[in-house]
Design a protein around this ligand. Structure first.
Ligand code: PLP
Length: 406
């Protein structure tokens, strides 16, 4: 044979295997599309539907299985699927459970792209949706009909932070035999147990969807989502759709989440404390007409937050997020200049990372139903990073002084 390239076969088929008994704080990272089988019989007999073996990278590696099991532990579930983003987890749920002619009910304050998916692809496929007021369980009860196959829940709602009576909504869905899926990104498996809302095993959601992009990743550098369940049949339905859509996640991203997960409780509590400190500070600022944080007395749904997230009294837990309504006497340009002049808060979407963020929202167009619980004004959403709360407060104070004079 002509020798026109060096023979590296021995590097590709190298006989060395390292000793097996290596242990370290972080699990090993396995990357694969191809997975080897020792023989054809093993190839034919291996199952990809459970975690008894490996068939193809898309169906799982030791790295993805490990994260899935840890997320089950975080949320109190039994099965978990990983997807490339939180929104992909929402979309996979819808695609797995809905078919033409079905209806999905979505809280009016849901994460916006959930509604956009319903208005776009789901509508194209003949699946209808309606938005319900999550603060009125009776309204949801009246809406659940013959064609309703899925009810979305979110606690609290996105941006405006109303905290619903989650157990009441879940009970309603169960009584009517409709699957309920919770977007549990805010609770993160820490503020309350989605599959055991009363702590006595009597009530829980069917599916907990989680944007791991936020607290589990914690770095502002990873996009990933999960779907956690407790019912094997429901999991299999989701898994079949997941497989047919070819959804996979990269091992490096899984590694980043595995590395961040041990500190999630510390980060969540720290960001919660900062958010509450700043939310209380905003309450004393005359430029602010309303502070939206479910742990503050008087906030929409505060009593529901308290009974779910602080059932034994005490401080309870809440994510590091809140919104404020700036008085309408200021112009949009002044409010924008306030945001632009912040030094510690950066302008950007998402939450749960190390850097504090601010986003101005225009509620008009975001809600289908009236919002009498909200004051008129300019809505700003703040998410806490890991900076000192005092440094963040000083930053807000200097920007207020410069651009929103009393
Ligand atoms: C409540 C909620 N759910 C889901 C998502 C979607 O997560 P991702 O950005 O990973 O798609 C977000 C993102 O902001 C969110 O706030």
């Amino acid at each position: 044979m002509p020798h026109d390239r060096p023979d590296t076969t021995h590097l590709i088929h190298h006989p060395y295997t390292p000793p097996a008994d290596f242990e370290a704080p972080q699990p090993g990272v396995f990357k694969a599309s191809t997975v080897y089988f020792p023989n054809v019989a093993a190839m034919r007999s291996r199952q990809w539907k459970d975690k008894s073996g490996y068939t193809y990278g898309l169906h799982g590696t030791p790295t993805t299985y490990t994260l899935e099991e840890r997320l089950c532990a975080l949320e109190g579930g039994r099965q978990c699927l990983l997807v490339p983003s939180g929104l992909a987890a929402i979309a996979t749920t819808a695609m797995a459970l809905l078919k033409s002619g079905d209806e999905v009910l979505i809280p009016d304050n849901a994460y916006g792209p959930n509604k956009a998916l319903a208005e776009g692809e789901l509508a194209h496929w003949g699946i209808s949706h309606r938005c319900y007021d999550p603060m009125q369980p009776a309204a949801l009860e009246a809406m659940i009909g013959e064609r309703t196959r899925l009810v979305w829940l979110e606690a609290p709602g996105s941006v405006t932070m109303e905290f619903p009576d989650l157990p009441a909504l879940v009970r309603l869905c169960q009584a009517r035999g409709v699957v309920c899926a919770l977007d549990n990104t805010w609770g993160a498996g820490l503020a309350f147990a989605p599959f055991d809302l009363f702590g006595d095993g009597t009530l829980g959601v069917d599916i907990s969807v989680h944007a791991l992009t936020k607290y589990p990743s914690g770095g502002g550098d990873v996009l990933m989502g999960s779907l956690v369940t407790r019912d094997p049949a429901l999991h299999l339905k989701l898994k079949l759709c997941h497989m047919r859509l070819g959804l996979g996640v990269g091992a490096n991203d899984v590694e980043a989440v595995l590395r961040a997960l041990p500190s999630i409780g510390l980060r969540y509590a720290a960001q919660d404390q900062s958010a509450r400190a700043l939310a209380r500070w905003w309450q004393a600022q005359p430029q602010c007409v309303q502070v939206l944080h479910p742990a503050l007395a008087g906030a929409p749904g505060h009593a529901h937050w308290r009974s779910l997230c602080a059932p034994r009294g005490g401080e309870g837990l809440a994510a590091g997020l809140f919104s404020v309504v700036i008085s309408p006497r200021y112009g949009q340009a002044q409010v924008d200049a306030f945001c632009d002049s912040l030094q510690r808060f950066r302008i950007g979407y998402s939450w749960g990372g190390p850097v504090s963020l601010v986003v101005p929202y225009a509620l008009a167009g975001m809600r289908a139903l009236p919002t009498p619980q909200l004051q008129a004004g300019h809505l700003l959403r703040f998410s806490m990073g890991l900076e000192a709360a005092q440094a963040l407060q000083d930053d807000l104070a200097q920007a207020l002084q410069r651009h929103l004079p009393i």
